[in-house]
Design a protein around this ligand. Structure first.
Ligand SMILES: C[S@@+](CC[C@H](N)C(=O)[O-])C[C@H]1O[C@@H](n2cnc3c(N)ncnc32)[C@H](O)[C@@H]1O
Length: 275
């Protein structure tokens, strides 16, 4: 993410296979049980469409997807992509360029499922509360995947790992134009927001487990991780440069393994009383 809060298509493409391997597919069993057919799925913060590429073929029956993002270039790429359902049939796709934090219950009355991937940690507590309120008001399930939880492991370990990790987490919780981002606190805040409204929430771990075959992703992730830590604590810059040189060399030699922990969340609102 750059300082304007934008994500590059190259970064999203690089992380997509790791995201697909990490998402907690076991949450789909209780989800499938409550979905109608045909269904309408809204993917919030869709980027180039990674979530639809992963999920459309795992859902039962015909689907229409509404892709939301505030970034017009990412949305353009997503809306030109083809997503196939379990029968291999392309799903209908519609794009909406908008800020997803403005969605309300009335906007979701046509919606069978709200999804998001790698979005929650970019939101504030009030924005997540608004999203949960909208889903519950519309009786709409939400599958919200790949939120960071602030835990990273590097093997072999280095004494600077913990210092950088804690500076990175502080950066994720920073205030941006008056908005205090939740970062690693997003899953707990979302769980609380849905449960307070009577929804049933399940969460499951969805870690990236990266090794020698993920060198390009590890290298890009390391640059972003260390860069954010130094933006938060500029006094780390000299030590961090040494650290990064050493880590890049380990990575290039296939000798670095990284675990980045995330959590996926499924929220199922209580059925609304009939009549
Ligand atoms: C980390 S990227 C994830 C993209 C995609 N879901 C994926 O998994 O590849 C976060 C995405 O959310 C979008 N985004 C962030 N905040 C948003 C908001 N308030 N409204 C709409 N889109 C938002 C960004 O433009 C970006 O495309």
């Amino acid at each position: 993410m750059n300082t304007a809060g934008e994500f590059s298509p190259d970064w999203l493409a690089l992380r997509e296979p790791a995201d697909a391997a990490a998402r907690a597919a076991e949450l789909l069993t209780p989800l499938r049980a409550v979905l109608p057919t045909p269904m309408v799925v809204r993917d919030l913060g869709c980027g180039t469409g990674s979530m639809a590429r992963w999920l459309a073929g795992r859902l039962p029956g015909p689907q229409r997807w509404i892709l939301h993002d505030r970034d017009p270039e990412l949305l353009r790429r997503a809306s030109r992509a083809t997503f196939r359902d379990a029968r291999g049939v392309p799903v209908a796709v519609q794009a909406q360029q908008a800020d997803v934090t403005s969605l309300r219950g009335a906007d979701l009355t046509d919606t069978s499922l709200v999804t998001a991937s790698a979005l929650l940690d970019l939101l504030t507590r009030a924005e997540i509360d608004g999203l949960a309120a909208a889903c519950v008001a519309a009786g709409c399930p939400a599958l919200l995947t790949l939120s960071v939880v602030g835990e990273v492991e590097l093997h072999p370990a280095d004494p600077l790992d913990a210092v950088l990790g804690s500076a990175f987490n502080a950066h994720q919780r920073r205030a941006v134009q008056g908005r205090r981002l939740l970062g690693p606190d997003a899953v707990d805040a979302t769980t609380e927001a849905f449960e307070r409204r009577g929804a049933t929430v399940r969460t499951r771990p969805s870690p990236w487990r990266l090794g020698a075959s993920d060198a390009a992703l590890i290298a890009a992730w390391l640059d972003g991780w260390v860069g954010a830590a130094c933006e938060q604590r500029p006094e780390l810059a000299v030590e961090a440069r040494r650290y990064l040189r050493h880590r890049r060399a380990e990575c290039a030699a296939g000798g670095l393994r990284v675990v980045v922990r995330h959590r996926d969340l499924l929220a199922l609102p209580s059925p609304r009383p009939v009549g």
